[in-house]
Design a binder for this molecule. Structure first.
Ligand SMILES: *[C@@H]1O[C@H](CO)[C@@H](O)[C@H](O)[C@H]1NC(C)=O
Ligand SMILES: *[C@@H]1O[C@H](CO)[C@@H](O)[C@H](O)[C@H]1NC(C)=O
Ligand SMILES: *[C@@H]1O[C@H](CO)[C@@H](O)[C@H](O)[C@H]1NC(C)=O
Ligand SMILES: *[C@@H]1O[C@H](CO)[C@@H](O)[C@H](O)[C@H]1NC(C)=O
Ligand SMILES: *[C@@H]1O[C@H](CO)[C@@H](O)[C@H](O)[C@H]1NC(C)=O
Length: 700
């Protein structure tokens, strides 16, 4: 019956839409004007060059008015478009509703640029005219960021390097940086040659990646080259790429390797690409550009630093674009006291810094302490946004405590961050200790707000656990331009709440340090009163009060339009939407989604979000004395006994108590049995030990 009814409704709707379509088909389409794409042919069509696609509805007035413009544009552009490998297509969102839902279409008409790998960006210019559309098409057809789309027609820029060419480069003859790829082959001349790679499943796909890399780096004036390892086994073995030199097993586990040759240097000039193999070009391009930039230790000015820290970072910029979420490490020296050897440390930093994404190295002939203070004060202008709260003030003593250093030293700044870090270099030895400096760099090497996804969550949760207690994740969506804008605003509110918490955290650190100092002072006083030996007193005085910097927050954002399986994967239950915030306690993987009043955590209430951070980490400073309720991620019971994994923050997991009590019930019977056995033996114990031997009374 229902099926029958449905079919009738469907037939009725089809007729209706046909009528409407006929009614609006006022403008006659030009000959050859293509049918709209459908779910069935969409992907296939996309695989062929770039596409500008109009998603429309026959019922929308704007679309109807725009239809003649689109047809004219198609007519005028079709020949040129063929040459540029860019096509104008349409999708009718009434006929292909599934497709439009899948693509996240929310408004009509929505005009977007697509490549073989999917959505690239939206065409947002208004008014939508033939001219602006054609200009957009022309511009996008040559944008290197879209290269992966018409890559099949692009030429690789990579130079074929014989063994001696490569040796010449690393002996210092390179006047430009070279990113070099190494292949398990004898005869790869053009890096795009079609060869059968032995035991290297990834080689073929990497040819395409290498082409993109070579073209993107050419724009930066960084050269690319490729070396055949089987033809030059000695070179490759010396580089540690033994597997590429000859086949050692029957697994197809060989992967192309990549290394950077720095120009105009005769030593320390070869740096391996530090991350594992990837088919995506981004990591390699960032590595080459950044490492080359860092190898020049460029000067930076205070104005430039100030500009970087005070900008509003747009974390979401539409698919494909990478936000400026950079970290700036600045070597700060006094030109009157610096000696040439002080600069050696910069040389040693190039290689380890190449492993940390987004980090840039600079130098400046100034003490940056005043600038750091000014930047920190800027934070107070932001967090004193609520007039009904007591004024929060910059703590000069705490600031001084954290910036005690001699020059030269390092300062670290992040894009959009009003907190800076100073390397505690109290002596020349500390300033030349690469291990200590890198430890310090790594501790602060998280981007201000990191993108969270299914692949990196675990890494974020294990990042510097002794310093960072929580990971706070802002849920956002990049589904449409409007959502992107809203999402960036949400992330900035999360940042505001985090800074507000940071103030309380710093004040708490300050108190703890002072308490410890006072304690140390009083024990020294006691030792003196007791007339203890001066050795003891000096030892006590030397004892360091630890430089506390803990209970920090890691911040992240999760694009829920891209990460549909995230919650299931990590066993995070419940319904979530854009705007919500999830706090994960890094020490025990409990997650919190409700504030002190058991309403959903959201950055639209920065003051409640701050209180959630305080309740979790510094309960003595919390405004509300309710505890947050959390749940265990990936709880083995979250499906069956989900009520049991609710705990209070300092409590023991409910399911744990549950298991313990069941265990105890079973155990109590065996306890009883053992008690009876022991009682039985005790009777004999005075004469014979339990092993039947005579008991010795006095062992010693
Ligand atoms: C477009 O593709 C054709 C092959 O179909 C190719 O000859 C041409 O160079 C490509 N144009 C551009 C601009 O990449
Ligand atoms: C390397 O040295 C050459 C010649 O001295 C110079 O032309 C070139 O610009 C230098 N390259 C870099 C990256 O500094
Ligand atoms: C960097 O600054 C120092 C000191 O002001 C100056 O001597 C040097 O030439 C500058 N280097 C560059 C590459 O501008
Ligand atoms: C810090 O701020 C003060 C007051 O606005 C200003 O006079 C000073 O030049 C600033 N210093 C730096 C290094 O930016
Ligand atoms: C300001 O703070 C008070 C008390 O902490 C709070 O009740 C109020 O909601 C806050 N207002 C805003 C706009 O955050």
């Amino acid at each position: 019956m229902t099926v029958y009814l449905k079919r009738h409704i469907f037939t009725f709707l089809s007729c209706l839409s046909l009528l409407v379509t006929l009614a609006i088909a006022a403008a006659e389409p030009p000959t050859g004007f293509p049918e709209p794409l459908k779910l069935t042919n969409f992907k296939e069509e996309l695989s062929n060059g770039l596409h500008i696609i109009e998603f429309y509805s026959p019922y929308c007035g704007y679309c109807r008015n725009f239809a003649p413009v689109w047809m004219e544009t198609w007519e005028e552009f079709k020949e040129e478009g063929k040459k540029l490998n860019i096509t104008l297509s349409q999708v009718n969102c009434v006929e292909s509703a599934d497709l439009c839902v899948e693509e996240g279409i929310e408004k009509f008409p929505d005009i977007r640029l697509y490549g073989p790998s999917g959505y690239i960006k939206s065409f947002t210019e208004l008014p939508r005219t033939k001219e602006s559309l054609i200009e957009f098409a022309r511009k996008e057809s040559i944008d290197p960021n879209n290269f992966d789309t018409n890559l099949d027609f692009a030429v690789s820029q990579s130079e074929f390097l014989e063994g001696f060419d490569f040796l010449k480069l690393i002996s210092g003859s390179a006047t430009r940086p070279y990113l070099v790829s190494f292949w398990p082959t004898k005869d790869l001349k053009d890096s795009g040659d079609s060869l059968k790679f032995e035991n290297c499943d990834k080689c073929h796909e990497f040819q395409r990646t290498w082409k993109i890399i070579s073209r993107q780096l050419a724009e930066e004036d960084i050269k690319t080259g490729h070396v055949n390892c089987e033809a030059n086994p000695t070179i490759c073995e010396e580089l540690g790429f033994d597997k590429l030199a000859k086949i050692t097993n029957h697994r197809a586990d060989r992967e192309p390797r990549v290394a950077l040759v720095l120009p105009n240097k005769t030593s320390n000039n070869l740096i391996d690409y530090p991350n594992g193999y990837s088919v995506k070009p981004d990591g390699y391009v960032d590595f080459a550009k950044r490492t080359f930039a860092n190898s020049k230790f460029p000067n930076i000015t205070e104005e430039e630093i100030l500009k970087k820290v005070s900008r509003n970072v747009n974390y979401l910029q539409g698919r494909g674009a990478v936000p400026n979420n950079n970290i700036h490490l600045v070597f700060s020296y006094d030109p009157d006291t610096v000696v040439i050897e002080d600069f050696d440390i910069l040389e040693y930093l190039i290689e380890p810094l190449s492993k940390i994404p987004n980090i840039y190295l600079y130098q400046i002939d100034k003490n940056l302490k005043d600038l750091s203070r000014n930047i920190s004060k800027g934070m107070y202008e932001q967090i004193n946004y609520n007039n009904s709260e007591t004024q929060k003030n910059f703590n000069e003593q705490y600031f001084t405590m954290n910036t005690v250093t001699q020059l030269p030293t390092f300062f670290m700044f992040k894009d959009g961050d009003s907190i800076s870090h100073t390397y505690p270099g109290y002596s020349t030895t500390e300033m030349r200790n690469i291990v200590e400096i890198m430890k310090w760099v790594e501790k602060y090497s998280n981007p201000l707000v990191a993108e969270v996804n299914s692949y990196n969550l675990e890494k974020l949760l294990s990042f510097q656990t002794e310093s960072y207690s929580n990971l706070a994740i802002q849920l956002v969506s990049s589904g449409s331009a409007k959502q992107i804008k809203g999402s960036n605003e949400l992330i900035n509110k999360l940042l505001l709440a985090a800074l507000d918490y940071e103030h309380i955290r710093m004040e708490n650190n300050f108190e703890e340090i002072n308490e410890r100092r006072a304690k140390k002072g009083s024990s020294i006083k006691q030792l003196r009163e007791k007339k203890a030996s001066s050795d003891k007193i000096v030892d006590k005085m030397r004892e360091e009060v630890p430089h506390l910097d803990h209970k920090k927050l890691l911040l992240g954002y999760l694009d829920i339009s891209k990460e549909k399986r995230f919650f299931r994967k990590f066993g995070i239950t419940g319904e979530y939407k854009v705007g919500d915030v999830i706090i994960i306690d890094k020490s025990n993987n409990y997650y919190y989604t409700k504030d002190n009043f058991e309403t959903t955590l959201t950055s639209n209430q920065p003051h409640l979000l701050r209180e959630a951070f305080v309740s979790l980490n510094i309960p003595s400073k919390a405004l509300y004395n309710t505890k947050l309720k959390g749940r265990l991620m990936n709880s083995p019971f979250h499906d069956i006994f989900s009520f049991l994994d609710i705990v209070h923050q300092n409590g023991v997991p409910g399911y744990f108590l549950f298991i313990v009590s069941i265990f105890m019930i079973f155990k109590s019977r065996s306890f009883y049995r053992r008690y009876m056995v022991r009682k039985h033996y005790r009777a004999k114990r005075n004469t014979v030990g339990i092993l039947g031997k005579e008991k010795k009374q006095n062992q010693d």
